[in-house]
Ligand binder design. Structure first.
Ligand code: ADP
Ligand code: MG
Length: 288
């Protein structure tokens, strides 16, 4: 499933003293099977943008096309779009409200009018996909779970509707390192093992380096870069304008490059850096 926005603009509270242009003439396309990160400072328009992907917000100008169909066109059922493009909000645990994990995850599928057997099947499947054990967790209250578990319950609630695209707004923010790792690992699995198209909003460039193959950079409502992660991480001007810093390991390699060590500077992980440094040292006969 592909998502395309064309010349999208969104203004909050138009015609009032609180008028705020949050998205300014943005065009982009996300294709089936991609893992894309959307990055930018707080207030750059990320959350506003993604709420257009499934029709939660309506463009002030421009169009949103899902599989080529204008979702605000006549005869289009937004309910079907919202099921296909699943959105996990920032701090999704604030929206957990049922007394058991099962009921919470079942909420979406039930609303779709599915029968009990199908609902249960989907809850089980969704829990498995986010690494939650059905037997031990399904009857617990979502409120007594850890931060990382709560997030994964919220993710399962979206997955249980069987979307093809999953959009996650800052899914790791506010979690302790253990919870972060859990959540990010599960997101990676959703893409790699289960084939979901993933759109990840994040301001952690470390997480983006690990996960995404493509990065879109926002600054004050405008799209200022869009390309393969390695390329975007090497665009110093763009990143400094957007107030973003590359991961320390990327920065280290860029500095070695600036000091005339003949290393590649488009490095995204410690492992890659190690290989690259050893390669250069070997070629110079300094290590065996
Ligand atoms: P981000 O997710 O990158 O932090 P947002 O999309 O939340 O950015 O916000 C973009 C701009 O729109 C900001 O200036 C923000 O204050 C404003 N904004 C966001 N939501 C609303 C809203 N519901 N009403 C009015 N202004 C809003
Ligand atoms: Mg946001």
């Amino acid at each position: 499933m592909s998502i395309r926005v064309e010349n999208l603009s969104h203004t909050y509270n138009p015609g009032t003293p609180f008028e705020q242009c949050a998205i300014d003439n943005v065009t982009l396309e996300i294709k089936d099977g991609e893992f894309v990160a959307i990055v930018g400072e707080t207030g750059s328009g990320k959350s506003t943008l993604i709420q257009h992907f499934n029709g939660l917000l309506k463009p002030t100008e421009g169009r949103v096309l899902v599989d080529g169909v204008d979702i605000w066109g006549k005869g289009v059922h937004l309910k079907a779009i919202r099921q296909k493009v699943g959105l996990v909000f920032q701090y999704p645990e604030h929206q957990l409200f049922e007394e058991t994990v099962f009921k919470d995850i079942a909420f979406g599928p039930r609303n779709m009018g599915l029968d009990d057997d199908e609902v249960e099947k989907r809850v089980k499947q969704a829990m498995k996909m986010v690494g939650l054990d059905f037997k031990t967790v399904c009857d617990r209250s979502p409120f007594e779970l850890s931060g990382g578990e709560k997030r994964r319950v919220a993710m399962a609630g979206v997955i249980a509707m069987e979307p093809s695209v999953i959009v996650l707004d800052e899914p790791a923010s506010g979690l302790d390192p253990f919870g972060r790792d859990q959540v990010l690992t599960e997101i990676q699995q959703l893409h790699r093992e289960f084939g979901f198209t993933v759109i990840l909003v994040s301001h952690s460039m470390e997480d983006v380096a690990k996960l995404a193959r493509r990065v879109i950079v926002f600054h004050r409502g405008k799209l200022i870069a869009d390309g393969p992660t390695r390329d975007v991480f090497n665009m110093e001007d763009v990143l400094s304008r957007a107030g973003l810093e590359v991961p320390q390991i990327t920065r280290l390699m860029q500095e070695l490059g600036e000091r005339n060590m003949k290393v590649r500077t488009d490095i995204l992980s410690v492992e890659e850096a190690k290989h690259e440094i050893l390669r250069v040292l070997r070629s110079e006969g300094r290590v065996s």
